[in-house]
Design a protein around this ligand. Sequence first.
Ligand code: G3I
Length: 327
Amino acid sequence: MKLSRVAAVGALAAIALYSTTLQSSVADNATTERHQAPSLDQPLRDLANRSDLRIGTAVDFDALNADTPYRERIASEFSSITAENVMKWQLVEPTRGQLDFSAADQLVDFAKHNGQKVRGHTLLWHNQLPTWLTDGVTAGTITPAELRGILRQHIFDEVSHFKGKLYQWDVVNENDYNVEGVSAKSDAYYNLVKDLLRQHVPVDGFAAQGHYGVQFGFHTAAQVAANLKRFEDLGLETSLTEVDVRMLLPVDNPKLQAQAQGYSVLLQGCLLSKRCTSFTVWGFTDKYSWVPGFFDGQGAACLLDENLAAKPAYDELRAILALAARR
Ligand code: G3I
């Protein structure tokens, strides 16, 4: 997507895209918990509260309904959830003009019931668009001018429906991969944000996804923190929104240790940053991970295996959170 188009979308949607309630999104009992000794037996959400950090996972809606251990683990382990798919345009408006938020609403209800916050995902993305939209644009029956209006309507439909129920929205998704550290791409993003702010577009947050692979290596925590800090210096909050660390199969112990390192640098980079408010993994169990379906011969990207057994990465995150208690 061209950056100019991103800017235009930001401007169109500016008034409603971002919640201003982020500061109140931390658990009320966070202060109390910070002063108690941490225990490594505590779930991630309790440990993360000690650092005023929302720890989240993407949620597979079908599994949420069908798989009780999966559902219970989400409730006990995380303080934030993201709809992996059910808030995407393709799913909320499969037929033009007929909105269906039923699955997304169930997800929001689940979160409320479990004292969790919800991230909105995603207002604009090049994937999972309704067929009526992509076909119409391809056939020329939807003109560029009309497309602009349709996009505006879609954004307002989503943000109006969920008004007051979400604490963050991924506004423009997938311009945000490979931007965990300082690089030419994150430089471009940084310059875009500065430009948008100069135009008084209310950009409230910058997030990096965090899809790592053991075979590629990782940034250092300091590199991640340095990148986030420069966006925070512009007045933005920051987040890690889709963390997972895949590997070439089969799994072995060295890869699992390396995987733990990948998760670790992203969490530490976030915790070293003053305004990194949420850290979300893109699925927490290999049972439902998107990775094997998209990368041949790769997988095992999550904190827990298919049987919900913890990997070294999970223990590593708990150890970091137990020690951090960021303030
Ligand atoms: O729901 C249908 C089902 O009815 C059908 O039988 C089945 C047949 O393949 O497909 C199902 O839909 C799949 C959907 O996930 C739900 O499982 C789609 O084919 C599949 O393409 C879709 O994949 C999602 C992917 O985005 C689409 O590109 C993944 O679950 C989701 O994890 C992934 O998430 C994206 C983020 O939204 C944006 N950033 C990258 C990230 C990873 O690609």
